[in-house]
Structures are given as structure tokens and as C-alpha cells.
Design a protein around this ligand. Structure first.
Ligand code: ZN
Length: 67
């Protein structure tokens, strides 16, 4: 079943809903369709390995020569 998680930017609420076809979901609390689709519950906060934000991409945190 196509169960998706959304974050409503209108009332700052997260909810899960079934999405059937291409019909856009609406927030069950405020009815807003200004939603941000989240990834599934498998990865609530995915951390993508991005070089930006860290000292370098060597992953040797704490003893990086470039720090
Ligand atoms: Zn809402």
C-alpha cells in the first residue's frame, strides 16, 4: 500500500496518509496541501554523506589533517 509520510508546513505537523493515484494529499489537521513529503519510516532522518559541512571527506573525524 502506498503509505507516505508528509510534513505540513502550514501547521508543522507530520502525518502518514495513503496516496491513491496522483491525487495530492491534504493535511488532516488544517487541510493545507502545502506539504513536504518525507521518506518512509525506514529512514526518518537520512544522513547523506556530503563533503559540505565537514572539514573534508576523509571521514577521519578528530584527527583530520585539514581541520
Ligand atoms: Zn497542517
Amino acid at each position: 500500500m502506498p503509505l507516505f509520510s508528509y510534513h505540513c508546513t502550514g501547521c508543522d505537523t507530520e502525518f502518514e496518509t495513503l496516496v491513491i493515484g496522483s491525487e495530492p494529499p491534504a493535511c488532516p489537521d488544517c487541510g493545507s496541501t502545502d506539504l513536504q513529503q518525507l521518506l518512509s519510516r525506514v529512514a526518518p532522518e537520512p544522513r547523506v554523506a556530503e563533503p559540505t559541512g565537514s572539514c573534508c571527506a576523509c571521514e577521519q573525524y578528530g584527527r583530520c589533517a585539514a581541520a
